[in-house]
Design a protein around this ligand. Structure first.
Ligand code: PLP
Length: 440
């Protein structure tokens, strides 16, 4: 009895995995934090590297057996440094959150103050306060002050930020760190405009490029390390080519503190298979990143413009809606972000609900916020261009504005999706983007 039910569970898991692959093969994936890796990255992450330990720095490991791992990790660091024109790269963080934690640990102490964007202004929970279970507050004991945010321009307000820092200093709450970057991230943050001012107060500047790392790599967003950021953290799988992981970049003078924070502080195993996958992804980004990033920007702008023409309230209108891979839409005229998310999902259009500026004041919460967020990184990676953005906008209109039954739209979504089954912007794409691989 026990035996057969274990085998049933085992089989069930594989059937769910296969169903998931099939679903995504037939979907329009618009989650801004997701992307699809190439078959090459997938090959790296099923290698034996995933079964090994390589604690410490390459060449100075704690365990034997790291000969080839060290070679790959050195290559990975070199590719990361080349891609971002950085003097120092630590490729060990297993995620963007861990990368941020490394920066908090290396450059602040518990009780210090960090300036960061609030969540409705685009901040990430890893920059958040303890009372919201934000990583910075909960795990490292930082206190958080929010940047003044300009909701018309959808970015940090430079003058009000300067005034706020002066005021904070007067009351003995001068920040130790300024965190730029965010999760709802339509326009570059004013790093260049604030860097000198912040440095005068000895405030460490970190730029969290989790979302826009691929755009920065492709030269299509801002260039934080040239604009005055001391360090840069990121996830490797949002606009970058995957796999899931993190990366920290900085200068030589920051190197030792970051290395110590990362190991033994924040990693034991650093998921070596993903490290190899990152190396492949960096090579792909160096080769194809410029074309990919420019197509992302074209797609995002087109999708935003068409949605706005159709009647949607797209945020950031005064600035052309977006300069990134993201679009934020206020859907409160029709429903709320939570309901829209679930209606669209029934038609295989995968988006996420989004808190937008004004939501908290209006008493709206994370489950029923005023907005949705759309990202075009994944659909761009599988080869979609401006023409497809128009079709996607019209599917969304049918469901959200015209309130058509999503089930009626679904067959057309599937048919639309058929021609985009290979990962583009990569060296090899023999395997289908969502093809399930059976090894058993
Ligand atoms: C997604 C995100 C992270 C967290 O990255 P993980 O790789 O999921 O840990 C950190 N910061 C920002 C701004 C993000 O959007």
């Amino acid at each position: 009895m026990a035996k057969s039910s274990n085998k049933e569970s085992y089989d069930k898991i594989f059937s769910k995995l296969k169903e998931h692959h099939k679903w995504f093969e037939n979907s329009i994936p618009l989650i801004a934090s997701e992307n699809i890796p190439s078959p090459a990255v997938r090959e790296a992450i099923i290698s034996d590297f995933g079964n090994r330990y390589a604690e410490g720095w390459p060449g100075e490991r704690v365990y034997a057996g790291c000969v080839y791992i060290d070679d790959v990790e050195f290559e990975c660091m070199n590719l990361a440094k080349k891609l971002y024109k950085a003097k120092f790269a630590d490729v060990r963080p297993i995620s963007g959150v861990v990368a941020n934690l490394a920066i908090y640990s290396a450059f602040t102490n518990p009780g210090d103050i960090m300036l960061a964007p609030s969540i409705p202004a685009g901040g990430h929970i890893s920059h958040g306060k303890k009372e919201h279970s934000g990583t910075a507050g909960l795990v490292h004991g930082l206190e958080i002050e929010f940047y003044p945010f300009n909701t018309e321009e959808m970015t940090i307000d430079v003058d009000k930020t300067k005034a706020k820092i002066k005021d904070l200093k007067k009351i003995g709450r001068l920040p130790k760190m300024a965190m730029f970057g965010g999760s709802l991230f339509l326009f570059p943050h004013p790093v260049k405009e604030l860097a000198d001012f912040l440095k005068n107060y000895d405030i460490h500047i970190n730029y969290d490029a989790a979302h826009v790392a691929g755009l920065i790599a492709g030269g299509k967003f801002q260039d934080p390390l040239r604009e005055g950021a001391d360090t840069m953290t990121m996830s490797t799988h949002k606009t970058l080519f995957g796999p899931q992981g993190g990366l920290v970049l900085g200068s030589k003078e920051n190197e030792e503190r970051i290395k110590k924070a990362m190991f033994p502080g924040l990693t034991s195993s650093h998921h070596i298979h993903h490290m190899a996958g990152k190396a492949i992804a960096f090579a792909e980004a160096l080769e194809f990143g410029k074309d990919y990033a420019s197509q992302i920007i074209k797609n995002a702008k087109t999708l935003a413009e068409v949605l706005s023409d159709i009647g949607f309230k797209v945020l950031g209108e005064s600035r052309g809606f977006t300069q990134s891979h993201q679009i934020a839409v206020n859907v409160f005229d029709y429903s709320d972000g939570g309901k829209v998310e679930s209606e669209l999902e029934k038609a295989n259009i995968i988006v996420n609900r989004q808190l937008i500026p004004g939501d908290i004041k209006a008493g709206r919460n994370y489950f029923h916020p005023g907005g949705i967020r759309l990202g075009v990184s994944e659909i761009t990676r599988i080869g979609m261009k401006q023409t497809e953005m128009k079709e996607i906008a019209s599917f969304i209109k049918e469901i959200v504005i015209e309130r058509k039954d999503p089930k009626k739209v679904l067959p057309r979504v599937k048919a639309f999706r058929k021609d985009f089954q290979k990962v583009q912007y990569c060296f090899d794409n023999k395997l289908g983007a969502y093809e399930y691989v059976k090894l058993r």
